[in-house]
Design a binder for this molecule. Sequence first.
Ligand SMILES: Nc1ncnc2c1ncn2[C@@H]1O[C@H](COP(=O)(O)OP(=O)(O)OP(=O)(O)O)[C@@H](O)[C@H]1O
Length: 227
Amino acid sequence: MLIQFYNVSKIYPNGVKALDDVSLKIDRGEFVFLMGPSGAGKSTLIKMLFREEKPTRGQIFIASRSIVRMKRKEIPALRRSMGIVFQDFKLLENKTVYENVAFAMEVVGAKPNDIKYRVPELLKMVGLKGKEKCFPGELSGGEQQRVGIARALANQPMVLIADEPTGNLDVDTSCEIMELLYDINRRGTTVIMATHARELVRNAHKRVIILEKGKVVGDYPNGEFLA
Ligand SMILES: Nc1ncnc2c1ncn2[C@@H]1O[C@H](COP(=O)(O)OP(=O)(O)OP(=O)(O)O)[C@@H](O)[C@H]1O
């Protein structure tokens, strides 16, 4: 089991209970949608995964290691094992496509030769061959998100976490990005994606976990949700 939540609650310092007794398990290789109304706790759950927030109560294990008890100096390694894709891409505007992806490897101390080999391979996989020298401002939204995905995969994470990755994209472009995420999942990476896009989820036939007011109110296996 890759990810295990046991009775996880999160109360923010202002008293808001963002997660309320959440228990769930996600296996290696799964593709999981996280759905629920605004404020349901999706982003909070995601932040727990890479220890940006700590639970108030409960336990979280990732690859059998407690991330609640994890020491501060172990957090960078945890974060390196996860790739994160954002709704607003969060690319470095003054760096080219190539440099954006290479930078993710440089900051974790990858060898120059590994970077030279891996970056073109990643850009090819996400369909950006030929765009290496472009700056983010010269790309469409969909292309920018492809750079974001390539960057997230740069250090070969166990899990790819995507918080509303299609939130800024039109329907056709969203579908293309979904195909890319399915492809990445087929190659073995676990994918967790928070979304409001019911149409995408309906067509996906993947597991769907529904949060409402901080609680898991539904957990549907492949394709059952909205079927
Ligand atoms: N840092 C914080 N401090 C205090 N309250 C917070 C904090 N972050 C989130 N909250 C509150 O916790 C609840 C859950 O928020 P969260 O962002 O996890 O929801 P969400 O499901 O991701 O919503 P959305 O779909 O709008 O992104 C909300 O009531 C929110 O206002």
